[in-house]
Write a protein that binds this ligand. Structure first.
Ligand code: ADP
Length: 638
């Protein structure tokens, strides 16, 4: 059966509270959660991919897996190797070829036999050498005796003994050449082999023959002894996994195709100028199941023939990035923590609250309502950092506090830059979080994927000499122009002022930051411009994010959770967000008490909250409401 659930009592399972973060699982620590033996049962989510893997294992088909990093592609490939029959495994031996030293012979025997054969050869060689030694010492004794006693020639005797000694030593090398080289040894394999050849160079993938600096004169290593297997040979009867398949050079992709097609592939020296290049073995079996992986990009750039080969003889699967957040799934996430702790072997188990915090984090990282992230590698990283912190404190268990610390420590580069940035601004008192200022709005932006920063915007409006212009600096110029355009359409309707006759200056305070996404700052710019135009101050304890339509509707944006947290950190007490984003808010409890979150659907509501409460403002907001009634009639009162 697919994907074992975490066992809980049936009557409990039926009455699980939807909000229960552990999905009805009653545990004090993750120690109490049993971890399945088979890797395939440890895989969480990816129902489709897991189904395919199990089918492909039975039918011996190749699989192409496309998806985000850390979602379980290599885990599934490894799981597949555990499902393949162990009985079919083989050992591979390479023998000296007396007819042609550069064409070593290859023999395949059942797993475990290889070792025995090599041992037998060694034993024989040992016996032979003993015989030879024995013979040698007798001859030396006789010759020495003869030259010393009969011919009375000491030097001659020693010389003769030396020559005899060397002759025997040299001669005995020949018998070593008879010992075969065991290049694939499956004697101790508990399951079919799994080879990860991601990023492997040609030699590691296709096998190689080492260079021999002494190519003649009796000092050379026999060629069969210099043969080294590649991943395609070591994965015989098992699984060959290659991630980022498109980065494999074309020549290797072609050879890989040959190996798949023929089921065998000779080993030769990979570097042309080495003596190994003269050597080529008989074909070595390469009967592996290929699992190629990558992101969508990989598929476009991989060798088309290789792709069609895999497709023609197998399956293609797309990995999920997120999964529906259900009680059953949350129980599995709790088991995930247990799995990571067990597999690592050194981390203290997690308390119930620590697991709950991790599940909250899986929700936050999903970036999608009602879903959990399936990017488990990152989540596993968080488990390990939290566990390491606990271990560093000699704590018996990993607690929620350790998880929170780990989250702070395991911050992305973007988050670390944002932190520094906030610090630096504090030094220069660039963040303003109280009082009222005309034309200045605390906007919010996202850096990278998961890091919010406060991004103040200042606007000034001056009569223009010629046609009005929008004067903005930096990379956000386009966005500023667009939102001024949108807001000017609205302003035209309620004000005598014609923005097209004005110069509007928009300044993003101290951006200079790479990777700031300004797309969602258009209500910020609009609010700053209206404030400047009407000369009404703005409440600086308010921060905001939202996109703006020509009709004044506030449209949803990305990253609200990170933005709200950034506003709270910067000391703001109110955050305006698009009403459509309300469901995406997953801030940590710590921040909940620090800020009021106000969802809005129209620019008039933004002004209502942000502008200083004066008669001008009320009439302005009223006017705005009246001219854009269409948007407000839907009646989203907040
Ligand atoms: P990929 O190959 O997709 O980049 P991996 O299979 O190497 O990702 O995943 C890295 C680690 O993350 C795994 O070793 C495992 O601990 C964890 N992991 C990834 N996906 C899953 C999953 N679906 N279920 C449980 N654990 C997972």
């Amino acid at each position: 059966d697919l994907g074992s659930d975490v066992e809980i009592d049936a009557d409990v399972a039926e009455n699980v509270d939807e909000d229960d973060l552990l999905g009805g699982l009653k545990i004090e620590t993750t120690d109490e959660i049993p971890v399945p033996d088979r890797l395939v049962d440890q895989v969480i989510g990816q129902e489709h991919a897991r189904d395919v893997i199990m089918k492909a294992a039975k039918q011996r088909r190749h699989v192409m897996m496309i998806g985000s990093p850390g979602t379980g592609k290599s885990m599934l490939a490894k799981a597949m190797s555990e499902l393949l029959p162990r009985e079919e495994l083989q050992d591979v031996l390479v023998y000296h070829n007396p007819d042609d030293g550069n064409r070593p012979k290859v023999r395949t025997v059942p797993a475990g036999k290889g070792d025995q054969i090599v041992e037998a050869h060694k034993e024989e060689a040992r016996k032979r050498n003993q015989m030879r030694s024995f013979l040698m010492w007798i001859i030396i004794a006789v010759v020495l005796g003869y030259s010393l006693i009969i011919a009375q020639q000491v030097l001659l005797g020693i010389l003769a003994a030396g020559i005899i000694y060397l002759a025997f030593r040299y001669g005995s090398r020949g018998s070593d050449a008879m010992i075969p080289n065991l290049i694939v040894n499956n004697a101790d394999q508990k399951s079919a082999p799994f080879q990860d050849a991601t990023g492997a160079h040609a030699g590691a993938l296709l096998g190689d023959v080492r260079h021999d600096p002494f190519q003649s004169g009796g000092m050379e290593t026999p060629s069969h002894d210099r043969v080294e297997p590649g991943a395609i040979h070591k994965s015989n009867k098992g699984v060959l996994f290659i991630d980022e398949i498109n980065t494999l050079d074309v020549r290797s992709q072609q050879h890989l195709m040959t190996a798949i097609q023929e089921g065998e592939f000779s080993i030769t020296g990979q570097s042309e100028r080495s003596s190994g290049a003269m050597v080529q073995t008989e074909p070595v079996p390469t009967d592996f199941i290929m699992i190629a992986a990558g992101n969508l990009d990989a598929m476009e750039n991989m060798h088309p023939a290789l792709r069609s080969r895999i497709k023609g003889y197998g399956y293609e699967v797309y990995m999920d990035d997120t999964i529906q957040d259900t009680p059953e799934m949350r129980r599995k996430y709790a088991r995930f923590v247990a799995q990571e702790v067990t597999n690592d072997g050194r981390l203290p188990h997690f308390t119930e609250e620590a697991v709950e915090e991790l599940i909250l984090e899986a929700r936050r990282r999903a970036g999608r309502k009602g879903h959990l992230t399936l990017e488990f590698r990152n989540l596993g990283g968080l488990v390990r950092v939290a566990g390491d912190i606990a271990r560093g404190e000699n704590a018996e268990l990993t607690t929620r506090d350790h998880v929170l610390q780990a989250k702070r420590r395991a911050r992305s580069i973007e988050q670390q830059i944002a932190d520094q940035y906030i610090e630096r601004r504090k030094d220069y008192e660039l963040s303003v979080n109280d009082g009222f200022v005309t034309g200045r709005v605390n906007g919010l932006a996202v850096m990278g994927e998961d890091s919010g920063i406060m991004l103040p915007v200042m606007a000034e409006v001056t009569p223009s000499q010629g046609p009005g212009q929008v004067i903005a600096t930096g990379q956000l110029k386009e966005m500023a122009e667009e939102s001024v355009q949108n807001v000017s359409a609205i302003i035209k309707k309620f004000s005598n002022q014609d923005l097209s006759e004005m110069d509007v200056h928009v300044q993003f305070v101290q951006t200079g930051q790479q990777g700031v996404d300004g797309d969602s700052a258009s209500i910020t710019v609009a609010t700053a411009v209206i404030s400047a135009l009407e000369d009404i101050p703005i409440d600086q304890s308010v921060a905001m994010t939202g996109s703006l339509s020509v009709r004044g509707d506030v449209l949803p944006v990305g990253g609200v959770t990170h933005k709200i947290e950034a506003a709270a950190k910067a000391g703001c007490s109110t955050v305006i967000i698009p009403a459509a984003n309300e469901q995406d808010v997953m801030i940590e409890d710590e921040y909940k008490e620090m800020v009021d979150i106000i969802p809005v659907s129209h620019i008039s509501e933004v002004l209502d909250v942000a502008l200083e409460g004066e008669p001008e403002k009320d009439s302005l907001v009223d006017r705005l409401k009246s001219i854009t009634g269409s948007a407000l009639n839907k009646g989203q009162g907040v």
